[in-house]
Design a binder for this molecule. Structure first.
Ligand code: AMP
Ligand code: MG
Length: 307
């Protein structure tokens, strides 16, 4: 059911979950300080308890409510990339709910860049845990309609329009003056390296991003990633649906075409896959994007959706 801002705030304060817009994907939000509310997220999503949640805050001054260390490198990255599709993983203060962090010693934080969500955070005074508002492993929602189709009409949804970034945030862990990329996203590793003044490292075992399952972000229809346009043309037929990256048409096969511009493809990827899934074909064929750094996050999501 669609709810307005005041209803969303009242429900969240009462310990209920509400699906909210962000610029990445729609999130299933709950008060990050209320364990009963957090448990409902896991139940509704059918999400394994070992998969921690990202806390959404409205101001950088809130970070130290949650973390025991906020190193200068993390401060610099936060000041540069917030609000935006960028999540920081830092050592958690002891009081931070173990449900929220799935027993990790760390907590994940982000300031989202969506005017309605920022208003929601400011007016409610809450910090909101909000994983994608879909069932575990399914396609993430980028419209209020996707949320309703995936989770049912009982879940209240605050409608903030279509998501502008369209895929999940970049996740970075910071330890001292080193950083590690835990999940690629539209804040590129190259831009993070530039701000950090150094490339990413790999912390030996210390920090993991649980929940990076190979099968993730998937349509119900079987999906294959096809390495070239020629190979895709050869496989396309009446029982397939195809997604072309760049110019072109495909006779005898329902097809969708996205501009060969990474931010556009990211923005439209899930909503296009939702549409393709609804066609009920036997197979979804997706043309592999160019082999270049700005496509890394898109390739990551396509690979998981197809596995
Ligand atoms: P999402 O489901 O898109 O909101 O993303 C949540 C993901 O953030 C999880 O699956 C983890 O990969 C990552 N994450 C959240 N909290 C932590 C944490 N404390 N430590 C490491 N990774 C985290
Ligand atoms: Mg998710």
């Amino acid at each position: 059911m669609i709810v307005d801002l005041n209803t969303a705030i009242a429900k969240l304060k009462a310990g209920q979950v509400v699906a909210i817009p962000t610029e990445t994907v729609y999130g299933l939000a709950a008060d990050a300080r209320n364990d009963d509310a957090l448990r409902q997220i896991y139940v509704i999503k059918e999400r394994p308890a070992n998969n921690p949640l990202i806390v959404h805050i409205d101001n950088i001054s809130r970070v130290t409510d949650w973390v025991s260390e906020f190193p200068p490198l993390a401060q610099k990255l936060a000041k540069t990339f917030w609000p935006g599709p960028f999540t920081l993983v830092l050592p958690a203060k002891p009081h931070v709910s173990s449900i929220l962090r799935a027993n990790q010693p760390t907590v994940a934080l982000r300031i989202p860049n969506h005017p309605l969500t920022l208003q929601l955070l400011q007016l409610s005074g809450l910090a909101l845990a909000a994983p994608s508002a879909n069932k575990f492993t399914q396609l993430s929602p980028t419209t209020a309609m996707h949320v309703q189709a995936g989770l049912g009409d009982e879940v209240p949804v605050l409608d903030g329009g279509a998501c502008q970034v369209g895929i999940e945030s970049t996740i970075v862990a910071v330890q001292g003056d080193d950083w590690q990329l835990l999940r690629p996203g539209m804040t590129s590793a190259a831009s993070i390296a530039t701000v950090a003044g150094k490339p990413a490292v790999s912390f030996n075992q210390a920090i993991k991003a649980p929940g990076q399952h190979t099968l993730h972000y998937s349509p119900r229809t079987r999906m294959q990633l096809i390495p070239s346009r020629d190979a895709l043309v050869a496989l396309a037929n009446d029982s397939t649906a195809a997604l072309l990256i760049g110019e072109g048409t495909l006779p005898d096969c329902v097809h969708f075409q996205l501009n060969k511009h990474a931010p556009d493809v990211a923005q439209q990827l899930y909503s296009t896959l939702h549409q393709m899934d609804a066609l009920g074909k036997q197979l979804i064929l997706v043309e592999v994007p160019p082999d270049a750094p700005e496509w890394a996050a898109i390739l990551d999501r396509m690979t998981r959706a197809a596995s």
